[in-house]
Design a protein around this ligand. Structure first.
Ligand code: BYC
Length: 311
């Protein structure tokens, strides 16, 4: 029943900073919003493995290869925690996966860009994971208990991902002129898409207002984007790279960087499925799913056997 009283009690509970747990009463729209956001997040982790997987066999040293492998495996793990968190809300995992495979579910826009040089591995760790952490640290305090707890663990791993990326790009930025050029080129290509990861501006974000009221989100898309810019500019300067934004400047009065206009047409085009790699990503994901059919069959057969033995 969603009468006024229930809704009011729910809001009071959230306002008192109490966590909502799976068996607690919650408005249907709260449940739906969380399933939407958590499943999109899970899909992003899973699809996010693809651009990096492209470089595992071509990592420039054994050390870099081991690090990259560990990072990509972490992302698979994050996807699995998150699908489990969505299941606590009554979502059907198979249905969520099907929505990803048939192209009806969204995942982060950032993973529809190509990884054309090794420097992209550094840029992804530094910028993409850096942006992801900004958002996910906020989500460790989200009002839904299972999502908040999953984020605590995920953030620890994301922090390693960001550090390894910054270290990898630093090595290139301090290397030969060609390596430095490669690092700068990667920054040029990943900077603007990283800013888009935070989602549309607050004025154009249809879900933000309600999500903030329910404390699913605690900071707005624009607030987080600004925090990211403020933190990242100094990191670029420290390694001698230039942020590709002629309008970037420090504002003494606000204590923040001002930055140029984001190309929102590009963003909406990518999330509609028309980015540089959307089709390639979905094709790769579908192939991986089909190739894994025998593993799912074997796991089901094993579970069935175990169950009948126990019975
Ligand atoms: N890309 O009202 P808004 C990682 C959609 S992966 C695509 O502001 P909301 C990693 C949005 O879904 C970590 N779509 O929405 C993995 C909504 O569409 P619908 C990824 C986007 O939910 C591997 C519409 O635009 N992190 O770290 O309030 C390797 C309107 O937006 C995007 C997460 O998923 C986008 N960038 O706020 C390396 C964090 N932005 O559903 C790294 C969890 C917006 O209404 N998610 N849209 O059709 C969130 O925090 C929020 O969902 C967002 C958007 C801030 C992203």
């Amino acid at each position: 029943m969603e009468d006024e009283k229930h809704l009011e009690n729910f809001q009071n509970y959230v306002d008192a900073e109490k966590k909502i747990e799976p068996k607690d009463w919650m408005p249907e729209a709260y449940r739906k919003t969380l399933i939407r956001q958590i499943s999109q997040h899970a899909h992003s982790e899973v699809v996010g493995m693809l651009p990096e997987a492209n470089w595992i066999t071509r990592a420039p040293s054994l050390r870099r290869k081991v690090i990259l492998l560990a990072k990509v495996q972490d992302e698979a793990g994050h996807g699995l925690y998150l699908y489990s968190a969505a299941e606590t809300l009554g979502a059907d995992r198979q249905m969520l996966v099907e929505q990803l495979l048939d192209g009806t579910a969204k995942y982060s826009s950032i993973f529809n860009y190509p990884t054309v040089t090794w420097a992209d591995m550094g840029a992804i760790g530094w910028l993409v994971d850096g942006a992801a952490i900004m958002n996910q640290v906020m989500l460790t305090r989200t009002s839904y208990g299972p999502y908040a707890r999953a984020m605590v663990r995920i953030c620890k791993e994301e922090s390693f991902h960001q550090r390894q990326g910054y270290e990898a790009i630093t090595a290139l930025a301090q290397g030969s002129p060609e390596q430095k050029e490669m690092a700068q080129d990667a920054l040029n290509r990943w900077w603007w898409p990283s800013l888009m990861m935070f989602g549309p501006t607050d004025d154009n974000s249809p879900n933000s207002q309600q999500s903030m009221k329910w404390k699913i989100k605690r900071k707005s898309n624009d607030e987080l984007r600004q925090e990211f810019v403020d933190r990242t500019v100094g990191q670029a300067e420290a390694i001698g790279l230039t942020i590709p934004d002629p309008d970037l400047k420090w504002n003494e009065e606000t204590g923040h960087y001002e930055f140029g206009e984001i190309n929102w047409d590009e963003f909406y085009n990518v999330i509609k499925g028309n980015g540089p790699c959307n089709r390639e990503r979905l094709k790769a994901r579908n192939e991986a799913h089909d190739n894994g059919e025998w593993v799912r069959e074997a796991a089901n057969a094993y579970a069935k056997k175990k169950k009948s033995k126990a019975a």
